[in-house]
Design a protein around this ligand. Structure first.
Ligand SMILES: Nc1ncnc2c1ncn2[C@@H]1O[C@H](COP(=O)(O)OP(=O)(O)OP(=O)(O)O)[C@@H](O)[C@H]1O
Ligand SMILES: [Mg+2]
Length: 311
């Protein structure tokens, strides 16, 4: 069982319009609503890969209800367990407007509901119970909603470590900085997040610095350039065999799912990395975050080259 934590769950709404023009009125050709928030994307990919997964975080209001309804409706052969904690506030929506002329998407992200102190405590209690029941790993993903203490990830990391459960952090800004000090087993930043954290643009130098700051291992995702991992027992780079065009949103979440599924299966680092790269590249080819193209994944996996990192 893998646990994913999404403190700032969202209902992702995508509007397709023929052409997006500021200050104009638009006819929406298609509107799609999906469960969103990074940990939910990670969980859907894990479940699709065949791994049992439990999702926790906060859900409330009509958008929260819709997220839960869709999680229950997607069967994944019973592998995905909804352990979201109810809150009085309303789960946020994100709105992405896709321009039919192929000019990409324009994204609007609400900040999220204010979480009360009692609600945060309820989540901590539920989380401790889930850890005590036994888990292979926990993934802490995404932004913090208002009201959740800035040290939230540090606290969740300390709890996981006390329970002997492997913990991965995928966050940014102050939440990342504070979380890092609690020594997560693995940090999964993208290139921009890693540079923002360390001040170094060169990924290997930055990853070394992130390890000095507290991460036991760092798996940095570098967009179309693939991934770099620096761990206690070595360092490796892997790149997708081809640069793909599509929707890169959620590719990093699939990389997290690839890394943790490989860990749960006892794969060594190079095989985990190859899986993460093939899976995330196959996600670029799927229209929605939290989904990947299975045929592309099978085709890409044997073609991903893993090489030792230079230092
Ligand atoms: N254009 C691309 N072609 C092939 N593979 C890609 C491409 N873009 C991303 N990937 C794959 O996806 C992985 C994650 O991408 P990226 O570093 O952009 O993640 P991210 O910014 O954390 O994404 P998100 O947080 O939106 O899920 C990369 O390491 C790579 O393996
Ligand atoms: Mg990311």
């Amino acid at each position: 069982m893998i646990i994913t934590v999404t403190l700032n769950v969202a209902l992702d709404v995508t509007y397709h319009v023929p052409a997006l023009v500021p200050q104009a009125s638009h006819r929406v050709v298609e509107a799609v609503e999906r469960p969103g928030g990074k940990g939910l994307n990670v969980a859907r990919v894990l479940a699709a890969l065949g791994h049992p997964v439990a999702v926790t975080g906060f859900a409330g209001g009509p958008a929260g209800e819709e997220v839960r309804r869709q999680l229950a409706a997607a069967t994944y052969a019973g592998r995905l367990t909804d352990a979201l904690v109810p809150i009085a506030g309303k789960t946020r929506r994100t709105v992405g407007v896709v321009d039919g002329r192929g000019r990409g998407a324009t994204q609007f992200n609400e900040p999220g509901p204010t979480v009360g102190a009692g609600e945060w405590q309820a989540l901590l209690t539920a989380y401790r119970d889930m850890l005590a029941a036994g888990a292979d790993a926990v993934a802490l993903c995404g932004s913090l909603p208002p009201g959740v203490p800035i040290g939230a990830y540090a606290e969740l990391i300390r709890e996981a470590r006390a329970a002997g459960v492997y913990v991965l952090l995928d966050a940014e800004g102050p939440a990342l900085r504070r979380g890092l000090a609690a020594r997560p087993d693995l940090l999964k930043p993208n290139a921009g997040e890693l540079a923002g954290l360390t001040g170094f643009a060169e990924p290997e130098r930055a990853a070394r610095d992130a390890r000095r700051r507290g991460a036991r291992a760092v798996a940095a995702s570098l967009g179309a350039d693939g991934m770099l991992v620096l761990a206690g027992d070595g360092g490796w780079r892997a790149a997708p065999p081809v640069r793909l065009t599509g929707n890169p949103t959620g590719a990093g979440d699939s990389a997290v799912a690839g890394l943790l599924s490989g860990l749960a299966e006892g794969l060594p680092w190079p095989a985990r990395l190859a899986r993460a790269v093939a899976l995330s590249a196959a996600t670029v080819l799927a229209p929605a975050a939290g989904e990947y193209d299975p045929a592309a994944y099978a085709d890409l996996l044997p073609r991903v080259e893993v090489v030792p990192a230079t230092s």
